[in-house]
Design a protein around this ligand. Structure first.
Ligand SMILES: Nc1ncnc2c1ncn2[C@@H]1O[C@H](COP(=O)(O)OP(=O)(O)OP(=O)(O)O)[C@@H](O)[C@H]1O
Length: 447
Protein backbone atom coordinates (compact mmCIF):
# COMPACT_ATOMS: atom_id res chain seq x y z
CA UNK A 1 0.00 0.00 0.00
CA UNK A 2 1.34 3.43 -0.96
CA UNK A 3 1.87 5.79 1.94
CA UNK A 4 -0.27 8.89 1.98
CA UNK A 5 1.72 12.15 1.64
CA UNK A 6 0.91 13.56 5.06
CA UNK A 7 2.65 14.71 8.21
CA UNK A 8 1.18 13.42 11.47
CA UNK A 9 2.34 14.71 14.84
CA UNK A 10 1.94 12.65 18.04
CA UNK A 11 2.25 14.40 21.39
CA UNK A 12 2.45 12.27 24.52
CA UNK A 13 4.79 12.17 27.52
CA UNK A 14 4.80 8.38 27.46
CA UNK A 15 7.66 7.19 25.26
CA UNK A 16 6.07 3.73 24.79
CA UNK A 17 2.91 5.27 23.43
CA UNK A 18 4.89 7.52 21.10
CA UNK A 19 6.87 4.53 19.86
CA UNK A 20 3.98 2.20 19.16
CA UNK A 21 1.74 4.86 17.62
CA UNK A 22 4.61 6.01 15.42
CA UNK A 23 5.49 2.51 14.20
CA UNK A 24 1.85 1.80 13.32
CA UNK A 25 1.11 5.14 11.64
CA UNK A 26 4.41 5.15 9.69
CA UNK A 27 2.95 2.29 7.64
CA UNK A 28 0.33 4.63 6.20
CA UNK A 29 1.67 8.19 6.27
CA UNK A 30 4.85 9.57 4.78
CA UNK A 31 5.95 11.48 7.88
CA UNK A 32 5.21 10.86 11.55
CA UNK A 33 6.83 13.07 14.20
CA UNK A 34 6.75 12.77 17.98
CA UNK A 35 6.97 15.26 20.83
CA UNK A 36 7.10 14.23 24.47
CA UNK A 37 6.48 17.72 25.83
CA UNK A 38 3.45 19.77 24.85
CA UNK A 39 5.27 23.04 25.42
CA UNK A 40 7.17 22.35 22.17
CA UNK A 41 4.05 22.00 20.04
CA UNK A 42 3.69 25.62 18.99
CA UNK A 43 7.32 25.98 17.96
CA UNK A 44 7.07 22.73 16.03
CA UNK A 45 3.95 23.91 14.22
CA UNK A 46 5.56 27.23 13.39
CA UNK A 47 8.44 25.40 11.73
CA UNK A 48 6.65 22.44 10.13
CA UNK A 49 3.65 21.73 7.95
CA UNK A 50 1.49 19.28 9.88
CA UNK A 51 -1.73 17.64 8.63
CA UNK A 52 -3.08 16.14 11.85
CA UNK A 53 -2.20 15.95 15.56
CA UNK A 54 -2.71 13.11 17.96
CA UNK A 55 -2.72 14.74 21.38
CA UNK A 56 -2.70 13.16 24.81
CA UNK A 57 -4.99 14.70 27.41
CA UNK A 58 -2.76 14.35 30.48
CA UNK A 59 0.81 15.47 30.79
CA UNK A 60 1.37 16.08 34.48
CA UNK A 61 1.58 13.30 37.05
CA UNK A 62 -1.20 13.67 39.57
CA UNK A 63 -3.25 15.90 37.21
CA UNK A 64 -5.39 13.41 35.37
CA UNK A 65 -8.39 15.63 34.74
CA UNK A 66 -7.66 15.84 31.00
CA UNK A 67 -7.55 19.63 31.27
CA UNK A 68 -3.97 19.71 29.96
CA UNK A 69 -5.09 18.30 26.62
CA UNK A 70 -7.94 20.82 26.40
CA UNK A 71 -5.54 23.66 27.24
CA UNK A 72 -3.07 22.65 24.52
CA UNK A 73 -5.83 22.03 22.02
CA UNK A 74 -7.02 25.61 22.51
CA UNK A 75 -3.49 26.94 22.11
CA UNK A 76 -3.06 25.03 18.85
CA UNK A 77 -6.41 26.28 17.59
CA UNK A 78 -5.24 29.86 18.03
CA UNK A 79 -2.23 29.20 15.81
CA UNK A 80 -3.87 26.81 13.34
CA UNK A 81 -7.64 26.88 13.67
CA UNK A 82 -8.17 24.41 10.82
CA UNK A 83 -5.73 21.75 11.97
CA UNK A 84 -7.53 18.52 12.99
CA UNK A 85 -6.71 17.39 16.54
CA UNK A 86 -7.46 13.90 17.79
CA UNK A 87 -7.42 13.56 21.55
CA UNK A 88 -6.15 10.42 23.19
CA UNK A 89 -7.97 9.72 26.36
CA UNK A 90 -8.40 7.16 29.10
CA UNK A 91 -11.85 5.75 29.68
CA UNK A 92 -12.68 8.03 32.58
CA UNK A 93 -12.17 11.17 30.52
CA UNK A 94 -14.76 10.38 27.88
CA UNK A 95 -17.16 13.04 29.12
CA UNK A 96 -14.45 15.65 28.84
CA UNK A 97 -13.41 14.39 25.41
CA UNK A 98 -16.99 14.75 24.21
CA UNK A 99 -16.95 18.31 25.48
CA UNK A 100 -13.67 18.84 23.60
CA UNK A 101 -15.29 17.54 20.42
CA UNK A 102 -17.92 20.23 20.77
CA UNK A 103 -15.11 22.76 21.09
CA UNK A 104 -13.27 21.79 17.97
CA UNK A 105 -11.40 18.49 18.47
CA UNK A 106 -11.90 16.37 15.40
CA UNK A 107 -12.10 13.02 17.23
CA UNK A 108 -10.98 11.14 20.31
CA UNK A 109 -9.64 7.66 20.75
CA UNK A 110 -9.55 5.56 23.85
CA UNK A 111 -6.30 4.18 25.24
CA UNK A 112 -5.32 1.43 24.77
CA UNK A 113 -6.43 1.91 21.22
CA UNK A 114 -7.55 -0.39 18.53
CA UNK A 115 -5.01 -0.03 15.70
CA UNK A 116 -7.59 -0.04 12.91
CA UNK A 117 -9.64 2.61 14.66
CA UNK A 118 -6.56 4.74 15.23
CA UNK A 119 -5.69 4.55 11.54
CA UNK A 120 -9.27 5.33 10.46
CA UNK A 121 -9.41 8.35 12.74
CA UNK A 122 -6.05 9.78 11.65
CA UNK A 123 -6.78 9.07 8.00
CA UNK A 124 -10.05 10.96 8.17
CA UNK A 125 -8.33 13.87 9.94
CA UNK A 126 -5.66 14.01 7.24
CA UNK A 127 -8.30 14.05 4.50
CA UNK A 128 -10.16 16.88 6.23
CA UNK A 129 -6.93 18.78 6.62
CA UNK A 130 -6.12 18.42 2.92
CA UNK A 131 -9.58 19.56 1.96
CA UNK A 132 -9.19 22.63 4.17
CA UNK A 133 -5.81 23.38 2.66
CA UNK A 134 -7.16 23.04 -0.88
CA UNK A 135 -9.99 25.39 0.03
CA UNK A 136 -7.50 27.86 1.43
CA UNK A 137 -5.34 27.67 -1.68
CA UNK A 138 -8.42 28.25 -3.77
CA UNK A 139 -9.34 31.23 -1.62
CA UNK A 140 -5.80 32.56 -2.10
CA UNK A 141 -6.08 32.23 -5.85
CA UNK A 142 -9.45 33.95 -5.77
CA UNK A 143 -7.98 36.69 -3.58
CA UNK A 144 -5.12 37.07 -6.05
CA UNK A 145 -7.64 37.17 -8.86
CA UNK A 146 -9.49 39.90 -7.02
CA UNK A 147 -6.29 41.80 -6.51
CA UNK A 148 -6.15 42.22 -10.28
CA UNK A 149 -8.70 42.46 -13.06
CA UNK A 150 -8.14 39.28 -15.01
CA UNK A 151 -11.48 38.97 -16.76
CA UNK A 152 -11.26 39.91 -20.41
CA UNK A 153 -13.59 40.76 -23.27
CA UNK A 154 -10.80 41.09 -25.80
CA UNK A 155 -10.35 38.19 -28.27
CA UNK A 156 -6.55 38.69 -28.26
CA UNK A 157 -6.40 38.60 -24.47
CA UNK A 158 -8.79 35.63 -24.28
CA UNK A 159 -6.28 33.65 -26.32
CA UNK A 160 -3.53 34.67 -23.91
CA UNK A 161 -5.56 33.60 -20.88
CA UNK A 162 -6.41 30.24 -22.47
CA UNK A 163 -2.76 29.60 -23.18
CA UNK A 164 -1.83 30.58 -19.63
CA UNK A 165 -4.36 28.19 -18.14
CA UNK A 166 -2.96 25.37 -20.29
CA UNK A 167 0.69 26.01 -19.60
CA UNK A 168 0.50 27.05 -15.92
CA UNK A 169 0.19 23.54 -14.40
CA UNK A 170 3.19 22.26 -16.38
CA UNK A 171 6.82 23.01 -15.63
CA UNK A 172 7.45 24.43 -19.10
CA UNK A 173 9.58 27.55 -19.41
CA UNK A 174 7.43 30.50 -20.40
CA UNK A 175 8.53 33.66 -22.17
CA UNK A 176 6.19 36.61 -21.77
CA UNK A 177 6.56 39.28 -24.41
CA UNK A 178 4.91 42.66 -24.33
CA UNK A 179 5.41 46.39 -24.04
CA UNK A 180 6.02 48.05 -20.68
CA UNK A 181 3.00 48.04 -18.44
CA UNK A 182 1.04 45.35 -20.31
CA UNK A 183 0.91 43.17 -17.18
CA UNK A 184 3.79 40.73 -17.63
CA UNK A 185 4.53 40.62 -13.91
CA UNK A 186 0.85 40.21 -13.04
CA UNK A 187 0.52 37.31 -15.46
CA UNK A 188 3.76 35.64 -14.36
CA UNK A 189 2.46 35.68 -10.80
CA UNK A 190 -0.87 34.32 -11.99
CA UNK A 191 0.88 31.42 -13.78
CA UNK A 192 2.66 30.63 -10.51
CA UNK A 193 -0.63 30.74 -8.60
CA UNK A 194 -2.21 28.29 -11.02
CA UNK A 195 0.70 25.87 -10.77
CA UNK A 196 1.55 23.07 -8.36
CA UNK A 197 4.24 25.38 -6.97
CA UNK A 198 1.75 27.94 -5.69
CA UNK A 199 2.65 27.40 -2.03
CA UNK A 200 6.35 27.76 -2.73
CA UNK A 201 8.26 30.99 -3.35
CA UNK A 202 7.65 33.24 -6.34
CA UNK A 203 10.88 35.17 -6.81
CA UNK A 204 10.89 38.20 -9.09
CA UNK A 205 14.31 39.21 -10.39
CA UNK A 206 14.24 42.38 -12.44
CA UNK A 207 17.39 42.49 -14.54
CA UNK A 208 16.40 45.98 -15.63
CA UNK A 209 16.83 47.36 -12.15
CA UNK A 210 19.93 45.45 -11.00
CA UNK A 211 23.31 46.95 -11.73
CA UNK A 212 25.20 44.73 -14.16
CA UNK A 213 28.14 44.05 -11.87
CA UNK A 214 25.74 42.66 -9.25
CA UNK A 215 23.99 40.29 -11.65
CA UNK A 216 26.06 37.20 -11.00
CA UNK A 217 26.27 37.49 -7.22
CA UNK A 218 22.58 38.35 -6.84
CA UNK A 219 21.36 35.63 -9.15
CA UNK A 220 23.70 32.77 -8.33
CA UNK A 221 24.97 33.62 -4.85
CA UNK A 222 28.56 33.37 -3.69
CA UNK A 223 30.92 31.61 -1.36
CA UNK A 224 32.60 33.49 1.47
CA UNK A 225 35.82 35.02 0.13
CA UNK A 226 34.76 34.72 -3.54
CA UNK A 227 35.49 38.45 -3.85
CA UNK A 228 36.63 41.20 -1.48
CA UNK A 229 33.19 42.05 -0.08
CA UNK A 230 32.01 38.45 0.21
CA UNK A 231 32.10 38.28 4.02
CA UNK A 232 29.91 35.21 4.24
CA UNK A 233 28.23 32.53 2.13
CA UNK A 234 25.25 33.95 0.28
CA UNK A 235 22.45 32.09 -1.46
CA UNK A 236 21.42 33.89 -4.63
CA UNK A 237 17.90 34.83 -5.62
CA UNK A 238 17.49 31.78 -7.85
CA UNK A 239 18.41 29.42 -5.01
CA UNK A 240 15.87 31.16 -2.79
CA UNK A 241 13.15 30.07 -5.18
CA UNK A 242 13.82 26.37 -4.56
CA UNK A 243 10.65 24.38 -5.37
CA UNK A 244 8.97 27.54 -6.58
CA UNK A 245 9.10 29.87 -9.56
CA UNK A 246 11.74 32.36 -10.68
CA UNK A 247 10.44 35.25 -12.75
CA UNK A 248 13.40 36.69 -14.68
CA UNK A 249 12.19 40.05 -15.90
CA UNK A 250 13.95 42.01 -18.69
CA UNK A 251 15.91 38.90 -19.66
CA UNK A 252 17.31 40.78 -22.67
CA UNK A 253 19.57 42.67 -20.25
CA UNK A 254 21.51 39.57 -19.21
CA UNK A 255 25.15 39.86 -20.36
CA UNK A 256 26.50 37.14 -22.63
CA UNK A 257 28.76 35.40 -20.08
CA UNK A 258 25.83 35.00 -17.68
CA UNK A 259 23.62 33.79 -20.50
CA UNK A 260 25.96 30.79 -20.73
CA UNK A 261 25.66 30.18 -16.99
CA UNK A 262 21.88 30.49 -17.10
CA UNK A 263 21.66 28.12 -20.05
CA UNK A 264 23.64 25.52 -18.15
CA UNK A 265 21.36 25.95 -15.12
CA UNK A 266 18.21 25.53 -17.20
CA UNK A 267 19.62 22.46 -18.96
CA UNK A 268 21.15 20.66 -16.00
CA UNK A 269 19.12 22.04 -13.11
CA UNK A 270 22.39 22.53 -11.26
CA UNK A 271 23.76 25.76 -9.86
CA UNK A 272 27.13 26.70 -8.47
CA UNK A 273 27.61 29.83 -6.41
CA UNK A 274 30.36 32.27 -7.34
CA UNK A 275 33.69 30.96 -6.09
CA UNK A 276 32.32 27.46 -5.57
CA UNK A 277 33.12 24.35 -7.55
CA UNK A 278 30.42 22.13 -6.11
CA UNK A 279 27.09 22.08 -7.89
CA UNK A 280 23.74 22.25 -6.17
CA UNK A 281 20.69 20.51 -7.58
CA UNK A 282 17.87 22.97 -7.98
CA UNK A 283 14.18 22.53 -8.61
CA UNK A 284 12.72 25.76 -9.97
CA UNK A 285 10.38 26.74 -12.74
CA UNK A 286 11.38 29.66 -14.93
CA UNK A 287 9.22 32.38 -16.37
CA UNK A 288 10.97 35.05 -18.44
CA UNK A 289 9.83 38.40 -19.72
CA UNK A 290 11.07 41.11 -21.98
CA UNK A 291 9.81 44.04 -24.00
CA UNK A 292 12.76 43.65 -26.33
CA UNK A 293 12.77 41.89 -29.67
CA UNK A 294 14.85 38.88 -28.66
CA UNK A 295 14.98 37.47 -32.16
CA UNK A 296 16.66 40.67 -33.29
CA UNK A 297 19.01 40.46 -30.32
CA UNK A 298 19.90 36.92 -31.45
CA UNK A 299 20.59 38.14 -35.01
CA UNK A 300 22.81 40.86 -33.61
CA UNK A 301 24.67 38.32 -31.43
CA UNK A 302 23.59 40.07 -28.24
CA UNK A 303 21.54 37.09 -27.10
CA UNK A 304 22.51 33.44 -27.36
CA UNK A 305 20.39 31.55 -29.86
CA UNK A 306 20.45 28.31 -27.84
CA UNK A 307 19.30 30.18 -24.72
CA UNK A 308 16.51 31.84 -26.67
CA UNK A 309 15.23 28.43 -27.81
CA UNK A 310 15.43 27.13 -24.23
CA UNK A 311 13.48 29.92 -22.64
CA UNK A 312 10.71 30.20 -25.18
CA UNK A 313 9.27 26.69 -24.81
CA UNK A 314 5.98 28.58 -24.64
CA UNK A 315 6.02 32.14 -25.90
CA UNK A 316 3.12 34.37 -24.95
CA UNK A 317 2.66 37.75 -26.56
CA UNK A 318 0.62 40.06 -24.35
CA UNK A 319 -1.35 42.59 -26.37
CA UNK A 320 -0.92 46.32 -25.87
CA UNK A 321 -3.81 48.07 -24.26
CA UNK A 322 -4.68 49.79 -27.57
CA UNK A 323 -5.12 46.32 -29.07
CA UNK A 324 -7.55 45.26 -26.36
CA UNK A 325 -9.73 48.35 -26.10
CA UNK A 326 -12.66 46.13 -25.08
CA UNK A 327 -10.99 45.82 -21.66
CA UNK A 328 -10.36 49.52 -21.07
CA UNK A 329 -13.70 50.35 -19.37
CA UNK A 330 -13.55 47.23 -17.17
CA UNK A 331 -9.98 47.93 -16.12
CA UNK A 332 -10.81 51.60 -15.53
CA UNK A 333 -13.80 50.65 -13.36
CA UNK A 334 -11.61 48.25 -11.43
CA UNK A 335 -9.04 51.01 -10.74
CA UNK A 336 -11.83 53.47 -9.96
CA UNK A 337 -13.24 51.15 -7.29
CA UNK A 338 -9.74 50.48 -5.95
CA UNK A 339 -8.80 54.13 -5.60
CA UNK A 340 -12.12 55.51 -4.38
CA UNK A 341 -11.80 52.99 -1.57
CA UNK A 342 -8.13 53.77 -0.96
CA UNK A 343 -8.62 57.54 -0.87
CA UNK A 344 -12.01 57.44 0.90
CA UNK A 345 -13.79 59.17 -1.95
CA UNK A 346 -17.50 59.00 -2.62
CA UNK A 347 -18.62 56.58 -5.31
CA UNK A 348 -17.57 57.88 -8.71
CA UNK A 349 -19.15 56.83 -11.95
CA UNK A 350 -17.43 56.10 -15.22
CA UNK A 351 -20.13 57.12 -17.66
CA UNK A 352 -20.26 56.38 -21.38
CA UNK A 353 -18.57 59.67 -22.30
CA UNK A 354 -15.65 59.06 -20.01
CA UNK A 355 -15.29 55.48 -21.26
CA UNK A 356 -15.14 56.81 -24.81
CA UNK A 357 -12.52 59.34 -23.76
CA UNK A 358 -10.40 56.50 -22.35
CA UNK A 359 -10.94 54.30 -25.37
CA UNK A 360 -9.88 56.98 -27.81
CA UNK A 361 -6.52 57.51 -26.14
CA UNK A 362 -3.58 55.34 -27.31
CA UNK A 363 -2.10 54.36 -23.88
CA UNK A 364 1.58 54.01 -24.79
CA UNK A 365 2.25 53.12 -21.15
CA UNK A 366 -0.50 50.47 -21.26
CA UNK A 367 -2.26 49.30 -18.08
CA UNK A 368 0.24 51.08 -15.84
CA UNK A 369 -0.59 54.40 -17.49
CA UNK A 370 -4.32 53.77 -17.21
CA UNK A 371 -3.84 52.84 -13.55
CA UNK A 372 -2.01 56.12 -12.85
CA UNK A 373 -4.50 58.16 -14.84
CA UNK A 374 -7.44 56.86 -12.83
CA UNK A 375 -5.56 57.18 -9.55
CA UNK A 376 -4.79 60.87 -10.19
CA UNK A 377 -8.30 61.56 -11.40
CA UNK A 378 -9.72 60.03 -8.23
CA UNK A 379 -7.34 61.98 -6.00
CA UNK A 380 -8.25 65.23 -7.70
CA UNK A 381 -12.00 64.59 -7.92
CA UNK A 382 -13.65 67.25 -5.84
CA UNK A 383 -17.27 66.35 -6.44
CA UNK A 384 -19.19 63.16 -7.02
CA UNK A 385 -18.61 63.54 -10.70
CA UNK A 386 -15.43 62.10 -12.12
CA UNK A 387 -13.30 64.20 -14.43
CA UNK A 388 -10.50 62.39 -16.14
CA UNK A 389 -7.05 63.84 -15.89
CA UNK A 390 -5.80 62.31 -19.12
CA UNK A 391 -2.06 61.79 -19.59
CA UNK A 392 -1.73 64.64 -22.14
CA UNK A 393 -3.33 66.96 -19.57
CA UNK A 394 -0.73 65.79 -17.11
CA UNK A 395 1.98 66.64 -19.60
CA UNK A 396 0.74 70.18 -19.70
CA UNK A 397 0.51 70.04 -15.97
CA UNK A 398 4.14 69.00 -15.72
CA UNK A 399 5.36 71.46 -18.33
CA UNK A 400 3.86 74.17 -16.23
CA UNK A 401 5.00 72.98 -12.89
CA UNK A 402 7.63 75.70 -12.78
CA UNK A 403 5.19 78.36 -13.89
CA UNK A 404 2.84 80.16 -11.63
CA UNK A 405 -0.69 79.06 -10.83
CA UNK A 406 -2.21 81.85 -12.89
CA UNK A 407 -0.41 80.60 -15.98
CA UNK A 408 -1.64 77.08 -15.35
CA UNK A 409 -5.15 78.39 -14.93
CA UNK A 410 -4.92 80.09 -18.30
CA UNK A 411 -3.75 76.84 -19.95
CA UNK A 412 -6.67 74.91 -18.49
CA UNK A 413 -9.21 77.55 -19.45
CA UNK A 414 -7.91 77.57 -23.03
CA UNK A 415 -7.99 73.78 -23.16
CA UNK A 416 -11.53 73.60 -21.87
CA UNK A 417 -12.71 76.19 -24.38
CA UNK A 418 -10.98 74.36 -27.20
CA UNK A 419 -12.40 71.02 -26.15
CA UNK A 420 -15.95 72.38 -25.97
CA UNK A 421 -15.56 74.49 -29.08
CA UNK A 422 -16.11 77.74 -27.24
CA UNK A 423 -19.25 76.59 -25.40
CA UNK A 424 -19.00 78.55 -22.13
CA UNK A 425 -21.46 76.41 -20.16
CA UNK A 426 -19.72 73.14 -20.98
CA UNK A 427 -16.24 74.59 -20.49
CA UNK A 428 -17.26 76.05 -17.12
CA UNK A 429 -18.73 72.73 -16.07
CA UNK A 430 -15.56 70.90 -17.04
CA UNK A 431 -13.46 73.40 -15.11
CA UNK A 432 -15.70 73.20 -12.08
CA UNK A 433 -16.50 76.93 -12.31
CA UNK A 434 -19.68 78.95 -12.58
CA UNK A 435 -20.30 80.69 -15.92
CA UNK A 436 -19.69 84.02 -14.24
CA UNK A 437 -16.37 82.84 -12.80
CA UNK A 438 -15.29 81.63 -16.22
CA UNK A 439 -16.26 84.98 -17.84
CA UNK A 440 -14.16 86.77 -15.24
CA UNK A 441 -11.17 84.64 -16.19
CA UNK A 442 -11.76 85.17 -19.90
CA UNK A 443 -11.57 88.88 -19.28
CA UNK A 444 -8.51 88.55 -17.13
CA UNK A 445 -6.68 86.47 -19.73
CA UNK A 446 -8.08 88.62 -22.54
CA UNK A 447 -9.49 85.62 -24.32
N1 LIG B 1 -4.87 42.65 -15.09
C1 LIG B 1 -4.52 43.67 -14.29
N2 LIG B 1 -5.36 44.07 -13.32
C2 LIG B 1 -5.04 45.10 -12.53
N3 LIG B 1 -3.90 45.78 -12.60
C3 LIG B 1 -3.02 45.40 -13.53
C4 LIG B 1 -3.29 44.32 -14.43
N4 LIG B 1 -2.23 44.19 -15.26
C5 LIG B 1 -1.36 45.13 -14.90
N5 LIG B 1 -1.81 45.85 -13.87
C6 LIG B 1 -1.14 46.95 -13.21
O1 LIG B 1 -0.38 47.67 -14.18
C7 LIG B 1 0.93 47.93 -13.72
C8 LIG B 1 1.93 47.29 -14.65
O2 LIG B 1 1.81 45.89 -14.57
P1 LIG B 1 3.07 44.92 -14.66
O3 LIG B 1 4.16 45.39 -13.78
O4 LIG B 1 2.59 43.52 -14.49
O5 LIG B 1 3.47 45.17 -16.18
P2 LIG B 1 4.82 44.74 -16.92
O6 LIG B 1 4.43 44.38 -18.30
O7 LIG B 1 5.55 43.70 -16.12
O8 LIG B 1 5.60 46.11 -16.90
P3 LIG B 1 7.16 46.38 -17.17
O9 LIG B 1 7.48 45.78 -18.50
O10 LIG B 1 7.24 47.85 -17.18
O11 LIG B 1 7.91 45.75 -16.03
C9 LIG B 1 0.98 47.42 -12.29
O12 LIG B 1 0.71 48.48 -11.43
C10 LIG B 1 -0.12 46.41 -12.20
O13 LIG B 1 -0.65 46.30 -10.93
Amino acid sequence: MRKKEAHVLIVDDDEDILFSARVWLKKFFSQVSCLNQPKNILKFLAENQVDAILLDMNFRKGFESGQDGIYWMNEIKILEPQLPIILMTAYGEVELAVEALKNGASDFILKPWDNEKLYASVNLAVDISRKNKKLKQWENITAKKNQYQLETQSPAMKEVMNLIKKVAPTDANVLLLGENGTGKFVLAEYIHELSERKNQPFVHIDLGSLSENLFEAELFGYKKGAFTDAQQDYAGKIENAENGTVFLDEIGNLPLHLQTKLLSLIQNRKLSRLGETKERLLDVRFIFATNENLQKAVEENRFRKDLYYRINTVEIEIPNLRNRVEDIPTLAKYFLAKYTQKYHKPELELNENLSQQLISYSWPGNIRELDHCIERSVILASENQLKLLMPHDEEIDQQNMSLNIEKMEEVFVKKALKKHKGNISLAAEELGLSRAALYRRLEKFEL
